[in-house]
Design a protein around this ligand. Sequence first.
Ligand code: CA
Length: 266
Amino acid sequence: MKKKITINLILYALLIIFCSAQCFAADFYFKNTKAPISTINVINIYPHDPEAFTQGLFYRNGFLYESTGLLGTSTLRKVDLVTGNILDKIKLSENYFGEGITYLNNKIYQLTWKNKRGFIYDFRTFKKTTEFNYDGEGWGITADDKYLYMSNGTAVISCLDPKTLKIIRKINVHDGQLPVININELELINGEIWANVFMESVLVRVSPITGKVLGWVDLSPLYNKIPKYYSVDVLNGIAYDRSNNRIFVTGKYWPHIFEIKLASQH
Ligand SMILES: [Ca+2]
C-alpha cells in the first residue's frame, strides 16, 4: 500500500512540475494513460465573435448560448450558430467575471470566477430570477436532466442538487492513479462529462459516476485552421446538440466555432 501511495505522489509531483512549467501536461497524460486518445474530423466551421473571451457554452433549440469573462466585459448571450450574430445579450456588473453556463429546466445557470456567486436566469427572457452562493472558485458548469455538475479548476467536479444548490457528491477526475487537474468548461455528452483542461488543447471524457477518465480527445489540429493574424487564447467551450448529435467547440477570442466528430482512436 505504501509503495502505491509513493508512486501516486511521484506521479502527482511530476504533473505539478509539468503544469507549472506550462509545458503541455497533456503530453504527460497521453504518455501515462490507458484510455483511448481520439483524433477528430472537422464537420463544419461557423463564425464566432473573436472578441468573446469564452468561458461557457451550450446549445439549445437551434441556438448557442455563451458566457464571456473578464471584469467589465462579462456577458451572457444568445448566438445564431450559422451567422455568429448575437441575438440577445446582457452585461454583468463590472465586478463580476463570467464563467460557465448551463441549461436545466427552463433556466440558465451562470457561474462567476472568484465572486462565489451564481446567477439563475429565465431561459427565454434572460431575466435574472435568483442568485446563489458557492464555496471556492466557479469555472465550468453543465447538467444532465436532474443534476448540475460544477468544476473549480481542481480535479474535483461537484454534483449539485438544483433545488437546494448544495453539493450532494464530489467526483474526483482521475486517469488510472493520476488526478486530472485544471478541469474547466464542461458538457454532458451521451452520459459522459466532457471537459476542457485549462491551458491544454485536449478534451477529457469523464464518467460522472466514478470520475474515471474514459478517453481523451486531441484538439490540437484546430489551431492550424485559425488564420495566424488572430491572436487567440486557449480552448474553452463545448456545446452539444443532443437532437442531432452535434458537438461544437471553440476558445477564448477564437474566430470560429468548430463542429467536430471523433475519428480514430489509439
Ligand atoms: Ca458547455
